[in-house]
Design a binder for this molecule. Sequence first.
Ligand code: PLP
Length: 393
Amino acid sequence: MPVEQTYYCRDCGGIMDIKYDYSAPFAKLAAAKPDTSMPGIWKYRELLPVRDPANMVSLGEGDTPLLAVPRVAGHWDLDLNLMIKAEMLNPSGSFKDRPTAVGVSAARENGFEKVVLCSSGNASASAAAYAARAGMECIVFIPAGTDINKVVQAQAYGSRVFCVEGPFSNAFRMAVESAGRYGWANVTSTFMNPFTVEGDKTPAYEFYSQLQGDLPDYILIPISAGPLLVGMYKGFMELMAMGLTERVPALVGVQARACEPIVRAIERGAGEVKSRDGTERTKAGRQSDPQTAYDADGTLTLSIIRRTGGMAVSLDEDEIREATSVVERMSGLYSEPSGAISVGAAAKLFRMGALPAGSRVACMVTGHGFKFSGRNPEQPPLVADLEDLEKVL
Ligand SMILES: *Cc1c(COP(=O)(O)O)cnc(C)c1O
């Protein structure tokens, strides 16, 4: 049956999900033994919604290192078996390349020539990169007032960027409406495009393969509305459906204090996430998303966190700054603050007693340090000879 580009359910308006036949032997094989002739996430193509290899757009995304980081744990005195999944090493510098690779490939397979999205950050760079790779046009809507440094990368790849007056939800609506009117594929990184979320599953398969099936107890994930977290949950559930694992790691959502609707919903014991008006300024700009355009997304994420026995936690600006610096100095991974936030959360949760001693904890570090323009460079001391050097050493 041909696949159609569909967003929300035509009957109930709900979020769409894609199903596979997990009993098929090829699917089992796909997760356990990746097709190494394919690049990046496409090793798992039997579990992705693109059929013709000619349509699989790849820049080598995925396959990111999973690194034990004992110096990070040691620095904070954490009795944890701590790991970092280095997602900043994806081709455009963030994990967004996973959902985008699938979204752009599915768009190509389904006959689209242009992609559109609303984003003020990494998703725009990613979509622009994959569109360039595929020879497709990319249109980006950003809320007016967005830090222009966040779209230089998208512009560099040749996408067309437009500012939209008003809050984030206006830019979101522009993407939806222009996609409808002009027949562009909307690859906005929320739950609205069921294909992009399929790309968010792929870290689950990599954990399985990198740890020889022995999955972590907890995975800490920076989230705004949470497609990455929900996608990873689906990936783990698929491994379970294929009989490859009996256990799904507890998934922990991490947000910046300045924008923490999911954390608040967990604290209130609420069944639904309520978007908040306006956005406070945060270094972790990626999470400063009030979710005014897609409340249902946050609510889905909330329910998945609960289902895994997970939790949600937020970090304030000082904690985010410290986490970023510790990740950089103690692991050698250059990270943007919104990506390092998961590692700070491990320290915070351990001190709160929420992560038992000895747990195996993996942190998704989602974005590259090159992305972050808010650093304050330190003026290096001036030295002319060894005597000068002696004085400063
Ligand atoms: C987009 C993004 C997030 C948030 O991920 P969602 O899946 O949209 O919730 C976190 N960190 C970085 C670096 C991002 O670019």
